[in-house]
Design a protein around this ligand. Structure first.
Ligand SMILES: Cc1ncc(COP(=O)(O)O)c(C=O)c1O
Length: 390
């Protein structure tokens, strides 16, 4: 049988690569040049087409990433940005004007929550929060000025999985743009354009780069819309440095092997923690006990490498004692790298929310988030066990 599309691991290595190779180099070199000589043959493309300049995100190190990422998720086009927040803010500034409103999933990454409730609010852009698992409740939140609906494929830090197919259908039915932050799932586990999302966003600081050594982001969508977002990004100025682009390009090539390993290890850790006497609850969509497990099973080909847990003693102090006693997980913000990281969302990723806001979202003061890396899972289990006993 002839196959029409290459497998995702082949795309990670080969999609979008320079053709012909630059001086035969198997790896695209870093083009550490802020500006490039104008190509007279491309002058008909206008200023942005003919001129290459790092802030325009159009050097060879950028464009290879645009092509590769678009192909991976099955989007028409992609744009890399200086960070995940640069991707999110650029996308929302492209979509929304003063007076517009956004439907947004109640529990989103703390930085996104801050952007929506502070900077966008200052510009007169309103947010109406929705429970992404309850489509019947969304219509009451619609206004004449609602322009878009915003969700995360798995939420940070509670790993909730909204009814993503209903989000796409609702957006189409009401003329809204559907936007998803796909950082936690990665294109290995889920490709939003395949189920009809208009815009997919990433913090590529996390799994896509995978080595905790850069920050980066990406926006994916239709070619025309990405062109609009590119103009917005050019003016906001959040361009990715070529050296960071080079590292991201290298990191992405191993995304498949890393994420499949992390899927398997995180499931193993989640099952172990769920049975542990010191643990009250584990939040991981791969567990049958997770309220959105069936939906996650249908939508995703893996459940990701991040999970969170509440200890039986749910205090912040008990969580900090557990974090201090763990020897392998490094206490640090971020996720998705080869090292296992641990932190308390109330103190780090969601510290910008008030305790009341966190309480309403179900983010307890003692909630602990673990990003599972590539260490041997037996070592992680032994270490977590001794830390829980301590
Ligand atoms: C789901 C999600 N989206 C976006 C971001 C922001 O990414 P960055 O730190 O690359 O700006 C984060 C950061 O933790 C995140 O967890």
């Amino acid at each position: 049988m002839s196959r029409t599309s290459r497998g995702i691991d082949t795309k990670l290595i080969r999609a979008g690569e320079a053709h012909p190779r630059v001086h035969g180099a198997v790896v695209l070199p870093v083009f550490q040049s802020a500006t490039f000589e104008i190509d007279r043959a491309e002058e008909h493309l206008g200023y942005h087409g003919a001129a290459r300049y790092i802030r325009l995100n159009n050097t060879p190190n950028h464009t290879v990433l645009h092509r590769k990422l678009a192909e991976l998720e099955g989007a028409e086009a992609a744009l890399v940005t200086a960070s995940g927040m640069a991707a999110i803010s650029t996308a929302l500034f492209t979509l929304l004007r003063s007076g517009d409103r956004l439907l947004a999933q109640r529990c989103v990454y703390g930085g996104t929550h801050g952007l929506l409730t502070r900077e966008l609010a200052q510009l007169g852009i309103g947010v109406d929060w929705i429970d992404a698992a309850q489509p019947a409740s969304w219509e009451t939140k619609l206004t004449e000025r609602t322009r878009a609906i915003y969700v995360e494929s798995m939420t940070n830090p509670l790993l909730e999985v909204g009814d993503l197919e209903a989000v796409v259908a609702f957006a189409r039915g009401h003329g809204l743009v559907s936007v998803i932050d796909n950082t936690f799932a990665t294109p290995i586990n889920f490709r939003p354009p395949e189920i009809g999302f208009d815009v997919s966003l990433h913090s590529r600081t996390k799994y896509l780069n995978g080595h905790d050594d850069i920050v980066a982001g990406a926006i994916l969508g239709g070619a025309e819309w990405i062109e609009r977002a590119t103009h917005c990004a050019n003016h906001l100025g959040g361009a990715l440095d070529p050296h960071a682009a080079f590292l991201l390009h290298r990191g992405m090539k191993t995304l498949g092997v890393r994420v499949r390993h992390q899927n398997a290890s995180a499931l193993c850790v989640a099952r172990f923690l769920e049975q542990h006497a010191a643990v009250a609850r584990v939040h991981y969509p791969g567990l049958a006990s997770h309220p959105h497990h069936e939906r996650a099973r249908t939508l995703f080909s893996g459940f990701g490498g991040t999970l969170s847990l509440d200890l039986v003693d749910g205090s912040a102090e008990a969580a900090e004692r557990f974090i201090a006693a763990a020897r392998l997980p490094i206490p640090a913000p971020s996720l998705g790298g080869v090292e296992t990281l641990v932190m308390r969302p109330a103190a780090i990723s969601h510290a910008g929310l008030t305790p009341e806001e966190r309480g309403e979202l179900g983010i307890g003061e003692g909630l602990v988030r673990l990003s599972i890396g590539l260490e041997s899972v037996e070592d992680l289990l032994d270490d977590l066990d001794q830390a829980l006993r301590a």
